[in-house]
Design a protein around this ligand. Structure first.
Ligand code: SF4
Length: 424
């Protein structure tokens, strides 16, 4: 293919370069075209080496679909995001690393220059890498597929509400049947020519507690590479990390934080606020002084049924860290869609009104209102919310007051709403 044909293709509004350059490795060793493509084009239970999948039949077929100009239905998350931003709506997408552009647009922009070479000769040069589910947290919106810490609870919880096969983390993942071991590992499936990789997204589990990520960073030409790390903030900038990251062409470090204080520690079980604060300060300083001023440090907040009232608090807490440079401190907010029982859009109208009153005038009031408008009250999901939170409380520790307040309010409105449904 020649440059003019490629340019035409890249501007057709549907085309995505992902299958020619990008791939995601999951802890289970099942590759995917990208983290938001769903359902996967290969069977979700059979591990495959990255290169085998990338040069296999399914990837070939996907490329043909894009070459034909097809609007690939598995890519709806990207197309919807583009539609929303073009129609001047606020972004409701769950993948906010990129603010107002879709992952498709991001990848197309990033690889435009090399597109002719790649389309004629596909090659893995951009990877989302999750080599294991090793994690030291068990966040309430996660599951055993991404956190080894969830193992003890996952299958007991499944007896109460469906977990195995159900979506967690919005639509991105499903929980697979028990492998018998807390640790799921797919390092052996990541058979890539690392010297050719130019973008490495370290996802995890928690990538900073798995030293093999450093080993991989040592294998790539890091002075030409963009390194993206999504972390829970439990690890300080130790020498073993900074020595490699110092040499990276560009670094994007993102800390997940879904609330502060007791609430934050409850919803991101494993979080120690004081330690997190210390690490945050150190990493922000590190990124602010990185050799590339375009390196970035950001925060990501996932809003769900337990932390809707803590968005502004968290934003303000983060403000206390001096924004050392323009590149530090961007706050990304997204809303959890699944599991549905943690999606606040299914709350009764009265609970939604109560929350909106409580956050009146706050920075994210409109975003919350918009999120609430995406779904209507669903009594079954709310029943499951109580089952879920009771289970978590019985297995961990007593819910902090800030969550109890929402729990009780929700219970009151749910009972009233149910009663009115029965009597009508
Ligand atoms: S269009 Fe979006 S969902 Fe589809 S492969 Fe590209 S980045 Fe992934």
């Amino acid at each position: 293919m020649e440059r003019d044909e490629v340019d035409k293709l890249m501007n057709d509004g549907n085309f995505c370069i992902a299958p020619w350059v990008h791939i995601q490795n999951t802890p289970e060793g099942v590759p995917q075209p990208c983290c938001i493509f769903k359902p996967n084009i290969i069977d979700g239970h059979t591990p495959r080496k990255l290169n085998d999948a990338f040069h296999g039949k399914e990837w070939g077929e996907l490329r043909q679909r894009f070459l034909r100009g097809e609007q690939v239905k598995e890519c709806d998350t990207c197309y919807n995001k583009e539609w929303l931003s073009k129609n001047d709506e606020k972004d409701l997408n769950t993948s906010t690393l990129l603010e107002n552009i879709s992952f498709r647009e991001h990848l197309n922009d990033m690889w435009r220059e090399d597109a002719v070479e790649l389309i004629n000769n596909p090659e893995i040069r951009d990877i989302d890498l999750a080599i294991s589910n090793k994690c030291n947290y068990a966040c309430i919106d996660c599951g055993v597929d991404r956190s080894s810490m969830w193992h003890a609870e996952e299958y007991d919880l499944d007896k109460i509400i469906p977990r195995v096969g159900a979506h967690v983390a919005s639509f991105a993942r499903t929980i697979k049947p028990d492998t018998g071991e807390p640790l799921i590992d797919s390092f052996e499936y990541a058979d890539v020519d690392w010297s050719r990789v130019r973008t490495l997204r370290c996802i995890g589990g928690e990538p900073m507690i798995d030293k093999r990520y450093q080993e991989i960073l040592g294998r790539i030409e890091i002075d030409k590479a963009h390194i993206i790390i999504v972390s829970n903030g439990s690890v300080p900038p130790t020498k073993s990390w900074t020595e490699v990251l110092d040499r990276a062409e560009k670094v994007l470090l993102m800390f997940s934080i879904d609330g502060i204080g007791e609430l934050g520690e409850y919803v991101r079980y494993g979080l120690k606020m004081k330690r997190f604060t210390r690490n945050l300060q150190k990493w922000a300083e590190y990124i602010a002084n990185h050799r590339n001023p375009e390196s970035k440090f950001r925060y990501h907040y996932v809003a769900h049924a337990m932390n809707m009232l803590d968005i502004q608090n968290t934003y303000e807490y983060l403000l206390q860290f001096e924004r050392l440079k323009e590149n530090c401190g961007h706050f990304d907010l997204s809303f959890l869609h699944r599991p549905e029982y943690l999606n606040s859009a299914y709350f009764p109208d009265k609970t939604k009104e109560w929350i909106l009153n409580r956050i009146k005038g706050e920075l994210y009031e409109d975003r919350v209102r918009l999120h609430f408008s995406t779904n209507e009250y669903n009594p079954d999901h709310i029943d499951n919310f109580f089952k879920f939170s009771d289970f978590i409380e019985s297995r961990r520790y007593t819910m902090p007051d800030d969550i109890v307040e929402v729990y009780e309010r929700l219970m009151e409105d749910h009972v009233t709403e149910r009663r009115s449904h029965v009597s009508t």
